[in-house]
Design a protein around this ligand. Sequence first.
Ligand code: ZN
Length: 141
Amino acid sequence: MFTEEDSDDSSTLLESNDPLYDDVADHNDDAWLKEKLKLVELRSGRQTDAVLSCPMCFVVFTFDCQRHAYYKNQFRAMFVEETCQVVIDQILKCIPEKDQNVVEEQVLHPVRCRQCGVEVAVYDQDEVYHFFNVIHESPYA
Ligand SMILES: [Zn+2]
C-alpha cells in the first residue's frame, strides 16, 4: 500500500527515468545559446529579430538577422553558420519592376541548406543573405 510520501518518490523516479530528459544538457544548451546571442549583440549592437532554422532538417542558419519591414516571413543576414551553402555557379537575375527607381538588375545566387539541400535564401552582390523559406523563432520570447 502507498502512502503520500511513496507517491512523491515515484513521480521523481519517473521524471529521472525519462530518456529524453537531461537536466544538465538542457542547462548547457541554454547557456550556449545565451553566449551566442551575447556575441551577436556585441558585434551588431542590437538584438537579433530571430533565430533561423531549416524547415526540413532544423539545423540553425543564423543567430543574427533582421526581419523584413513588410514581408514578415523574410529576413536579411550578413553572418550565417556553415550550414548555409551559396550556389555560386547558379545565377538568378532579378529584373526591377518599372515603377521602382532601381535601374540595375540584381544578380543573386541561391542558398541551400548544406545538410538537406532545400533552398532557403538568396545571396546578393552586397554579400547579404535574404532568407524566405525558414523556421523563425524569437530567442527572447
Ligand atoms: Zn536542411
